[in-house]
Design a protein around this ligand. Structure first.
Ligand code: DMJ
Length: 576
């Protein structure tokens, strides 16, 4: 054996020993590192199976139809209405590519990220005669572009500096300007629909959702901070404040409203469809911009939710005017709530709801869109599962907060179900009916921006190692920067990325520790006044007599709704 080849063998031997040592030491630090590595690789493959099929069969259109390997230009059809007149030459807005940008960075694929950024820079235009849903376009397109711009200008992402000259921000600003006419209403609440080329069209419908008006502040606020043009943040803030002023005396909001009259159309609401991201943007707006105003709104809104919608680990709907329960339904969208609860530290409540959602996931194999809690059956028409991310999202947050390996098990089970039921040769298909597992020809863009991302981050969170991010409702990361903060709240001083601007911070009791049920009587820490449990609703009659369940309130300790016994007394008679 020559000296040269002996040297090579010695080197290889040393490399093997060293890698064994590194492997052992990381395994010792984290006993789940092998599993995490295996699972993150599995999720990486899932993402690329979905992404590559989109790029091959659907790009530059919006979304992939994985069964027929064709495409759909869905952006202009998102929401509940269809676009009437799309021009022949319209090629979509590359929605799924925009949605994939931040996921590519999180997966460490800077080459593909750069390729996508350059393609969008040269080809994307919003000067099209397309009527789009403001909310969807904001969270998916504006959010995707703003987040990707921030990632593209972050020196750690190794972009070829010469090629990126803020093109994504220019596109985002153009889009933001096209949104502005939507806010030109007597109330400041934006129209749900806008034509990108011509603004608000004649006789446009005036009905919109609470989410539609109240989930704009992250993207529009970030756009203002990045461009220096305050108009985007101002209109979003005005709409949010108006919406908040429309709350009932119970601090509840409805689900749909009229943007011209500012009146509620649907008074029943919960934490799911039509309202979910409103709550999310209050707390995330507070984290991103440090506004106390958002915290105060959130705290009141959160307490009202826990008081009027919560039934043990479940959340039903209630009438915003009376707080009386309306619909006893579990919906797939509600599964984001435990993740939001993690952000405010209400881990125990988050854990118990998450377990119930996962229980339903296990029962059906995936989460059905709507389940009737009172009849213990699926909703007759909403039996579908469109690859939604919410359960994976909450699982990721709960694992971050607790490091309880149970959540890794949950994540693995979600990954296995997705691969077993929804993976097809041409991508990942939605499920039309969870009882038959019949598939539907649609791979929603949020599968790329959220579902795969949260599953990946559950098993590999190295992206989050050196910076604080919040994720928009569509899963696009925005960094928490001290320069964007009016005043940083006490709770976030741990970050080395942010800093306290104001020395004197008001003492604030946490929403979780003192005000949330089941604590029946607590000291509020200020004037020794007892604080009543937030979930407590007294029975109608002081002597607890009742004729129907309507006469009974909510138990202050267990937060369970009391019911009327055959003998005519309210109590916790029904055990579910
Ligand atoms: C996503 O588009 C967003 O998370 C939105 O807020 C509601 N849910 C869908 C995915 O389910």
């Amino acid at each position: 054996m020559s000296h040269g080849s002996r040297g090579t063998w010695v080197l290889m031997f040393l490399v093997i020993i060293l890698s064994m040592f590194i492997h052992n030491s990381t395994s010792k630090l984290d006993p789940y590192s092998v599993k995490k590595k295996r699972m993150s690789e599995k999720v990486r493959k899932m993402f690329y199976h979905a992404y590559n099929n989109y790029m091959m069969h659907a790009f530059p259109h919006d979304e992939l139809k994985p069964l027929t390997k064709t495409f759909t230009d869905s952006l202009s059809e998102l929401g509940n209405l269809k676009l009437e007149h799309l021009p022949q030459e319209y090629n979509g807005s590359s929605l799924s590519l925009i949605e994939s940008l931040s996921s590519l960075v999180i997966l460490g694929n800077h080459t593909e990220f750069e390729r996508a950024v350059l393609w969008l820079s040269e080809n994307l235009t919003f000067d099209v005669d397309a009527r789009i849903n403001l909310f969807e376009c904001n969270i998916r397109v504006l959010g995707g572009l703003v987040s990707a711009h921030i990632l593209a200008t972050d020196s750690t992402n190794r972009l070829n500096k010469g090629t990126y000259e803020n093109q994504l921000l220019v596109l985002a600003e153009d889009l933001g300007q096209r949104f502005l006419p939507a806010f030109d209403t007597p109330t400041g609440l934006p129209y749900a629909w806008i034509n990108l080329k011509y603004g608000v069209i004649k006789n446009e419908i005036t009905e919109t959702s609470t989410s539609g008006c109240g989930s704009l502040i992250l993207e529009m606020g970030a756009l203002s901070r990045l461009t220096g043009d305050p108009r985007f943040e101002n209109v979003a803030l005005r709409a949010l404040r108006k919406l908040w002023s429309m709350r009932s005396s119970l601090n509840l909001l409805g689900t749909t409203l009229d943007v011209e009259t500012g009146e509620w159309i649907e008074h029943s609401s919960g934490i799911g469809a039509g309202v979910d991201s409103f709550y999310e943007y209050l707390i995330k707006g507070h984290i991103l911009f440090g506004r106390e105003e958002f915290w105060r709104m959130f705290q009141s809104a959160y307490l009202a939710v826990q008081k009027y919608f919560r039934y043990g680990p479940w959340y039903h709907e209630a009438d915003m005017r009376t707080g009386k329960a309306t619909f006893w339904q579990l919906t797939s969208l509600q599964a984001f709530w435990p993740g939001l609860q993690v952000l405010v530290g209400d881990i125990a409540a988050a854990n118990s709801s998450h377990r119930e959602f996962f229980h339903v996931w296990n029962k059906f194999g995936v989460l059905p869109e709507r389940y009737l809690l009172d009849h213990q059956m699926l909703h007759p028409t909403e039996k579908y599962y469109p690859l939604r991310p919410e359960l994976a999202e909450s699982t990721f947050y709960l694992y971050q907060a607790t490091k309880d390996p149970w959540y890794l098990e949950v994540g693995e089970s979600i990954v296995d179900s997705l691969n077993f039921y929804t993976r097809v040769e041409g991508g990942y298909a939605s499920i039309r009916d969870v009882t038959t597992m019949e598939l539907e020809d649609h791979q929603h863009s949020f599968f790329l921006s959220e579902t795969c991302k949260y599953l990946y981050l559950l098993f590999d969170d190295s992206f989050l190692a050196n910076q604080n991010y919040i994720f928009t409702t569509e899963g696009h990361p925005l960094p928490v920067l001290s320069s964007w903060h009016e005043k940083l709240p006490e709770a976030y001083i741990l970050s080395n990325f942010t800093s306290i601007k104001s020395e004197v911070q008001p003492k604030r009791s946490s929403a979780m520790s003192s005000r949330i049920c089941p604590a029946a009587m607590l000291n509020d820490g200020h004037n020794n006044e007892p604080v009543e449990s937030a979930c407590h609703i007294p029975d109608t009659h002081a002597d607890h007599r009742c004729v129907t369940d309507e006469d009974c309130g909510v138990d202050s300790t267990s937060c369970r709704r009391r019911s009327c016994s055959m003998a005519g007394y309210c109590g916790l008679w029904l055990l579910i």
